[in-house]
Ligand binder design. Sequence first.
Ligand SMILES: Cc1cc2nc3c(=O)[nH]c(=O)nc-3n(C[C@H](O)[C@H](O)[C@H](O)COP(=O)(O)OP(=O)(O)OC[C@H]3O[C@@H](n4cnc5c(N)ncnc54)[C@H](O)[C@@H]3O)c2cc1C
Length: 394
Amino acid sequence: MNTQVAIIGAGPSGLLLGQLLHNAGIKTVILERQTPEYVLGRIRAGILENGTVELLREAGVSRRMDAEGLIHHGVEFLFANQRIPVPLSELTGGKTVMVYGQTEVTRDLMEARQACGAQTIYGVEQVELHDLKNDKPFVTFVKNGETCRLECDFVAGCDGFHGVSRQSIPRDILREYESIWPFGWLGLLADTPPVNHELIYAHHERGFVLCSQRSLTRSRYYLQVPLSDKVEQWSDERFWGELKRRLPDELSQKLVTGHSLEKSIAPLRSYVVEPMQYGRMFLVGDAAHIVPPTGAKGLNLAVSDVNYLWRILRQYYRHGREDLLSHYSQLALNRVWKGERFSWFMTHLLHDFQDKSAFDRKMQEVDRQYYLGSRAGLTTIAENYVGLPYETVE
Ligand SMILES: Cc1cc2nc3c(=O)[nH]c(=O)nc-3n(C[C@H](O)[C@H](O)[C@H](O)COP(=O)(O)OP(=O)(O)OC[C@H]3O[C@@H](n4cnc5c(N)ncnc54)[C@H](O)[C@@H]3O)c2cc1C
């Protein structure tokens, strides 16, 4: 079997890269460990930056997103029960974010790939990458008990944090940067109308709260919880009770509760690996970096990597631009680090840290006063939240 670009992983980054390359006449095969149903069952991100929306449009997969996605012109912060609006579009020259779930993005991409006849092989095992430093790398994998070989020009490692791609790079070449946060997020998804038309990021002495949403009838709420908590300890009743306790009366009285469709606890991690390429293999998305979800950047950074990689590969195949291949890692990392910084900043600003010194608590308080009390501070938050511009690939 052979192709031009072998893509490992059919998450949003692998599928979007596959679609953009296919549209440019470049052949791809995607290898995915799970079944399509499993991939679609994962409840994850829901806020799309301006640049993500534009790239999905460019890929030709935006019909449902444009019809059903909700455009948000602002977000709200809440400190000491005081509501502080952040008018995103007013502060960024008209930019907005789109509320449209990662599950829906993935579904649209899967359908587009199926419609165009490009190949995705689900349920593969024992994926191994070979000869990445040569002009003709190849991938081996097991499907239905049979070992298969896929020859290619390039490998795109879109296989998430626990994938095989990053682990195929020799340890002495990689530099890892990591910070583990001392709490987790307990998330609950319910078919109830959101408590507010915009997202609310709330600080409370009992812990952080995010009131998010997936549509006008589907809400996603998160509570900061200790890392030792187990999801079984959180009945729906306990979750709703705690959420109400952390919201001001005007919101908790409006909150519509209901049966949870999904409930899970996610630990928070900041992580980046450098470089993001090794020979003819490129790392994309969560395979190379993880952010705490506080800045809504995880999916958006994965899309940002795709934006650079597909443009570089298109230039390579169309115009023989071999020189651009070595630019990928730095281009991607420039933007990744800015996303990491914003996610780190938002996590610091909004959470309750049990072990913070009195001095650090004061710093957190003054940061809040400055960033949320001045137009300059609010503009900094707004322009990062809607997404910083991409660099040009040339
Ligand atoms: C629980 C959770 C909640 C999240 N919530 C948010 C949020 O609220 N906001 C936000 O912005 N981001 C969130 N994220 C982050 C966001 O979902 C990710 O950044 C995004 O999914 C990255 O896309 P990806 O395609 O790079 O990786 P993934 O979505 O992880 O896709 C990787 C794919 O590779 C496959 N794979 C793995 N190993 C192999 C292998 N060896 N062979 C073949 N296939 C393999 C996996 O099955 C998977 O389908 C969350 C992530 C998690 C885990």
